[in-house]
Ligand binder design. Structure first.
Ligand SMILES: [Zn+2]
Length: 87
């Protein structure tokens, strides 16, 4: 019984953290960027796993519009051989 209660407390804590994180603005909206450059590899590489996959919106903290721009930018960079399709 005590074990079960502990688990519940943990999940509650996690949920609180998530709600706090969701209130912050996405990094591109904060900077006021309207266009995400595919040649800007430093910022794009922060949004990729070490296997070359794109982080989800929940993980990266981007808003829906910026995630779409990131997606096209990363796909352009991959086509231009600046970023890997896979590692
Ligand atoms: Zn945004």
């Amino acid at each position: 019984m005590a074990r079960f209660q502990q688990k519940q407390n943990k999940s509650r804590k996690k949920r609180q953290n998530l709600t706090i994180r969701e209130q912050t603005q996405c990094r591109f909206c904060r900077d006021g960027k309207s266009y995400i450059d595919y040649k800007d590899l430093d910022t794009l590489q922060k949004l990729l796993t070490n296997r070359g996959k794109i982080f989800s919106r929940k993980r990266s903290g981007n808003c829906a519009g910026c995630q779409r721009k990131v997606k096209t930018a990363i796909k352009r960079a991959r086509f231009m051989a600046l970023l890997p399709y896979t590692n």
